[in-house]
Design a protein around this ligand. Structure first.
Ligand code: SAH
Length: 252
């Protein structure tokens, strides 16, 4: 899989990919990221990428031509990208399901906005989709692009050493992950749950399922509607919901 990122701050993207499992995966050529400096696609001496907004008002707007040319260059080098993503607060919310969808593609281009935003003709005539990483406004699209690359890359074969770890991550099956503990078994009066120390694998598996379900039920119940649960989990969920009802009655 190859990502092509168009930005006025290439070093932000490079820095975000320089550490940890993403850096290792890139070294092992499990996926590629090619960063394009938007200024390389300008045609004036000052390498101008922005201009004042039509209609007046504060701030600057990214000009359309350099972005169209950058995507032309990407097409020329490696063929038509399967998705040209514009990161924007107006986009559809980026989720684990969106990450899985992008992970099934071979070539994804991401366009990073700056300033007040991008000339809207880029959305209309160049981008194939718009994605937002959440309901807040950042100063540029570089962090959103890194968020997308990170979430997608984790799903590519071999990037995360142990694939079970990805399968158990929060959201992958519509559940939050269970809580994790490591040594020491007791620290400042805070104890690791006995069952985890017991070495009893059946009990541990059941405890983890129960905690993942209880956590999801109390914090993000809306996720359960789309969750893929096995028989044991369905049974545990029924019990938890009964307990919840019982507790609510107790309060009446
Ligand atoms: N004036 C715009 C915000 C521009 S922020 C508005 O109010 O909608 C500048 C750039 O940062 C955007 O063009 C976009 O590329 C990026 N950006 C900011 N917040 C984002 C978010 N939540 N998700 C994705 N991209 C975002």
């Amino acid at each position: 899989m190859q990502f092509d990122i168009v930005t006025i701050f290439p070093r932000m993207i490079e820095a975000g990919l320089a550490e940890g499992i993403l850096a290792r995966a890139i070294q092992r050529d499990l996926f590629r990221v090619r960063v394009r400096d938007l200024r390389d696609f300008t045609d004036d001496r000052h390498r101008t990428v922005d201009d004042v907004p039509y209609g007046g008002g504060p701030g600057m707007v990214l000009k359309p031509e350099p972005l169209f040319r950058a995507v032309d260059a990407i097409r020329h080098d490696a063929g038509e990208p399967q998705a040209v993503v514009l990161v924007s607060p107006h986009g559809r919310q980026f989720t684990q399901a969106e990450a899985a969808r992008l992970a099934s593609l071979d070539r994804v281009t991401i366009l990073c906005g700056r300033y007040e935003g991008i000339d809207d003709r880029v959305r209309e005539g160049l981008a194939t989709e718009e994605l937002s990483i959440g309901d807040y406004v950042l100063s540029g699209g570089e962090l959103p692009a890194l968020v997308i690359i990170d979430a997608v890359a984790r799903l590519l074969p071999g990037v995360v050493g142990d694939e079970d770890s990805v399968a158990g991550d929060s959201f992958s099956r519509g559940l939050l992950d269970f809580p994790h503990f490591t040594r020491p078994a007791e620290y400042k009066d805070l104890k690791v749950p006995d069952v985890l120390v017991s070495g009893h694998h059946g009990e541990i598996r059941k405890w983890r399922k129960r905690r993942a379900l209880a956590l999801t039920l109390s914090r993000r119940p809306e996720l359960l509607a789309g969750a893929e649960l096995d028989m044991e989990e369905q049974e545990i969920l029924r019990e938890l919901m009964e307990e919840q009802k019982g507790a609510a009655h107790g309060r009446d």
